[in-house]
Design a protein around this ligand. Structure first.
Ligand SMILES: Cc1cc2nc3c(=O)[nH]c(=O)nc-3n(C[C@H](O)[C@H](O)[C@H](O)COP(=O)(O)OP(=O)(O)OC[C@H]3O[C@@H](n4cnc5c(N)ncnc54)[C@H](O)[C@@H]3O)c2cc1C
Length: 398
């Protein structure tokens, strides 16, 4: 990797950098001795941090992750489903034809690496809310572009004690990733081999220099923030148009439902096995409670009880905040004032399907071997950055 020398940087950029990164140059008190050196320091061990770490390691980089488990972290509560369709207008999910195969192949190799079974394919039993939805389904069935995702068969294995009078269709190539199990297994392996430290991180403890960067006694060439919705609390990237969405999710024991697909009728019931199910999820855009909310629980149970007539037991209630972006695209890129500082965020409501493809793309970029697509590059918010900070956008390079 070639880094620019200070003399090759125009003076106005140096002045801006000195304001924003007062410690751009080695500080007088910088200790020469370093405990550990890595290529990339990643902050956050949610879905973004875990997938990017693995993608970087596959590319031969040495990675150190810093994570402090915090309430509100999305990956710890997510149900991990992937759905190749968006139901509102019954369209294919964004770039599903390329994102889904990449995701399945990535998680399959992660399952092998970690020695756990964390992926399950399951059809979605979609209950149509109205006649128009049924009509759209019939139209899509005739469209070859949708052939892989819509089953031409009528659902036969209907759940018990649930109202199935409305018309339904079956979605293929759907399923769920056991995200908490993935992160737990990855954490255990990383804590044992020293590539994960569980402690808080603050950017004010980072010293950037022309040779690299230092955080306490750790030295790296690159720092990438994977802090999900927590990122907006820090000033470095708070100009990005995030639009976080809080969500509640319940775990129930439902002995009398015998559901063998994911049931979706505006809310979902996901079978976990042993008569336990996840029921979700709510979307709250205004009140961003980091944990579960009474209103979210009431909303879910009301919807559930409207269609289910048997008994159930509430086992767990969780809540978290999705790192969603105004334009619903992920956020990848380097800070316009500091090439050593990057971000991987904005995985949104479909993080499971989106994360691997872009983790691999970002890893390649950080290895100097590829580009970040314009559609996901944070540079798409250049104007916003300039208005927010009053600084000019710099096209920094690695
Ligand atoms: C209720 C709910 C249901 C969902 N269901 C689905 C679903 O079915 N399918 C799907 O694809 N997506 C789903 N999502 C979305 C999905 O969870 C997210 O896209 C994804 O988990 C985001 O991962 P992340 O790593 O960006 O953020 P997070 O998971 O929030 O991870 C950020 C990490 O950074 C750490 N961190 C933050 N600040 C610091 C700091 N200063 N120092 C150290 N560590 C720090 C946090 O503790 C955390 O571990 C759901 C989300 C919610 C809330």
């Amino acid at each position: 990797m070639v880094f620019p020398t200070l003399s090759s940087i125009p003076i106005h950029k140096i002045l801006t950098c000195r304001i924003l990164f007062s410690d751009l140059r080695p500080l007088p008190d910088m200790k020469p001795e370093v405990d550990t050196a890595c290529d990339v320091l990643l902050i956050g061990h949610g879905l973004a941090g875990a997938t990017l770490a693995s993608a970087l390691e596959q590319a031969g980089k040495k990675v150190l992750i810093i994570d402090q488990p915090l309430p509100g972290a999305a990956s710890q509560v997510a149900s991990g489903m992937w759905n190749p369709l968006t139901f509102r207008l019954l369209l294919k999910s964004w770039r599903v034809d390329e994102l889904l195969p990449a995701a399945l192949s990535f998680y399959t190799s992660e399952s092998t690496r970690l020695g756990i079974n964390m992926l399950q394919n399951l059809e979605i039993l979609r209950v149509f809310p109205d006649e128009a939805a049924d009509q759209r389904w019939k139209e899509r069935l005739l469209d070859p572009a949708y052939a892989a995702y819509l089953s031409p068969d009528k659902p036969t294995l209907l759940p018990q004690n649930i109202d199935t009078k409305a018309k339904q269709g079956l979605v293929q190539q759907a399923g769920w990733l056991n995200l908490p199990a993935y992160l737990q297994a990855d954490s255990a392996m990383r804590l044992a081999n020293g590539s994960l430290l569980e402690q808080p991180f603050s950017l004010s403890d980072v010293h950037f220099s022309t040779q690299g960067l230092r955080w306490h006694n750790f030295q790296a060439q690159q720092l990438v923030l994977c802090r999900g919705q927590f990122e907006r609390q820090d000033r470095w990237f708070n100009w990005l148009p995030t639009k976080p969405a809080q969500g509640d999710i319940l775990t129930l024991r439902i002995p009398d439902i015998k559901l063998e697909q994911i049931y979706n009728a505006g809310f979902f019931i996901l079978p976990l096995g042993n008569d336990t199910y996840r029921l979700g999820a709510t979307y709250e855009w205004e009140q961003l409670e980091p944990g579960p909310t009474a209103a979210g629980k009431a909303e879910l149970l009301t919807k559930f009880e409207a269609v289910y007539s048997g008994t159930y037991e509430l086992l767990n209630h969780q809540g978290g905040i999705r790192p969603t972006v105004a334009d619903r695209r992920p956020l990848l890129g380097l800070h316009p004032e500091q090439a050593r500082l990057g971000i991987f965020n904005g995985l949104g409501t479909k993080g499971v399907m989106v994360a691997p493809y872009f983790a691999l793309q970002f890893a390649k970029f950080l290895c100097g071997e590829g580009q970040i697509e314009d559609e996901v590059n944070i540079k798409r918010f250049k104007k916003r950055y300039e208005q927010h900070t009053g600084s000019r956008w710099n096209d920094v390079a690695l």
